[in-house]
Write a protein of this length. Structure first.
Ligand code: LLP
Length: 411
């Protein structure tokens, strides 16, 4: 939903320079229509089977965005009590909420049970024991799936590959059947599914299929032992196009390949995050200063690594574009922020048209793991967030103030 009309970059029907003037910078800007279209793509891909699309809300847990997705009929994939709270507040039906995570606390488990979420994705034998105990105390039965580590190593940054041998995630593949047999004996546990999630920003279908086939083997073995697995929760992980030339499989292609691995009577859960919100959000920055140093050109902006950590943490590429096409001549520049670290950059060695002090740049495709991973490092107040819908813009999160920074401190 980003395009140039004449010399101005628009998001839907709004000029990005107008957003910068009205709401200030730096600001996260989201396209509602892009979110809807991304979600609809998943919905269409799911038509042939029963199941749920659970938005991985760790990607972006802004209330207004969660509300849009809840309104579209999405479920939610959560990873903490706080995320469950946000999702309930945004209107998700608790029976459409799944809860994964290697370190669920007793308080979080109790809160999830009280909230009547659909299913726990259990990641260890000890966690199973605790859930059983707490559910017993509350006179409840907990629906569970085991998150199985399928030992698949997709081609992505090592920090976000989660389904390979030696990571902390899930039940080790060789213990999977034993986990189900253990759960069978627990009074307060009801086994409803199996879960796996191999990683994030994956651009090929193949590792997803390899994982699905390994999971199918476990399903068969568990069912031979007299248990029934109704839900296959395939996790998230489908990548998006950050860089020109990158090819991204469609949800339809991914999902139909996975469907073909399992029997027709299974229900499915998918947990997309990035592929729902990644290309729907962008980060609007202002050029504060320009300088040459050590033979290099620097554009110093008001966006720091505290606002978008992905380039620093994963060496991630986000395309950066001026919101006005004013000049043709390009200069190779580093786009950096005001934080006191050399790792504080949005892009290095970028060929960008010459921009003046005070002009605006857009760091694109920052909707996923952008605002959600931001911090107040260097005491920089969290940014404003704006939602665009057609011609309309709406402030969905106020820019925080200096006072907000010390709000919870006891002096
Ligand atoms: N389900 C589970 C259990 C997950 O752990 C994740 C992401 C997802 C679903 C959603 O994956 P997606 O569809 O968004 O790829 N901060 C990193 C990505 C971390 C992914 C964590 N888990 C980044 O900025 O690239």
């Amino acid at each position: 939903m980003l395009k140039f009309r004449n010399d101005d970059l628009y998001i839907e029907n709004v000029k990005l320079s107008d957003i910068a003037k009205e709401y200030g910078t730096s600001t996260y800007v989201y396209s509602k229509q892009q979110i809807i279209s991304n979600f609809e793509n998943y919905k269409k891909a799911m038509v042939l089977r029963d199941g749920l699309i659970c938005f991985a809300c760790k990607t972006n847990s802004s209330g207004a965005i969660l509300k849009i997705l809840a309104g579209l009929g999405a479920g939610a994939d959560t990873t903490s009590g706080g995320e469950i709270y946000r999702c309930l507040k945004a209107g998700f039906n608790p029976s459409n909420i799944v809860y994964a995570g290697v370190g669920k606390t007793a308080e979080e488990i109790e809160y999830a049970l009280k909230s009547k979420i659909f299913m726990f994705n259990v990641e260890s034998f000890e966690e199973l024991d605790i859930i059983d105990k707490i559910a017993g105390k509350m006179k409840r039965k907990a629906n569970i799936a085991f998150r199985i580590n399928p030992y698949v190593n997709p081609d992505t940054h090592s920090y976000i590959a989660t389904g390979k041998k030696g990571t902390k995630f899930g039940i080790p593949y060789e213990d999977a059947v034993k986990a189900y047999l253990t759960a069978k004996k627990k009074k307060n546990i009801s086994v409803v599914g199996i879960h796996y999630h191999i990683g994030s920003q994956i651009l090929e279908v193949e590792p997803f299929v390899v994982a699905a086939k390994k999971i199918k083997k476990i399903v068969d073995e568990v069912e031979m032992n007299g248990m029934w697995i109704s839900y296959i929760d395939c996790g998230g992980g489908l990548g998006i196009k950050y860089e020109k030339g990158e090819k991204v499989p469609s949800p339809k292609c991914l999902i139909s390949e996975i469907f073909s691995v399992f029997d027709k009577d299974k229900k499915f859960i998918f947990e997309p995050g990035r592929s729902i919100i990644g290309n729907a959000g962008h980060l609007l920055a202002k050029v504060l200063y320009r300088k040459m140093s050590g033979g290099k050109s620097f554009l110093i902006t008001d966006v720091g690594m505290n606002d978008l950590i992905r380039p620093t943490l994963y060496d991630a590429y986000h395309e950066i574009v001026p919101v006005k096409k004013t000049r043709v001549k390009k200069v190779r520049s580093d786009v950096v922020g005001p934080i006191c670290e050399s790792g504080d950059f949005m892009g290095k060695d970028r060929m960008l048209p010459i921009v003046d002090q005070g002009e605006y740049l857009l760091v694109t495709c920052a909707g996923a793991y952008g605002a959600a991973m931001s911090s107040e490092y260097n005491s920089r107040p969290p940014l404003a967030e704006v939602l665009v819908d057609g011609k309309q813009t709406k402030l969905i999160r106020k820019r925080a103030s200096y006072k907000d920074l010390v709000f919870n401190e006891i002096l």
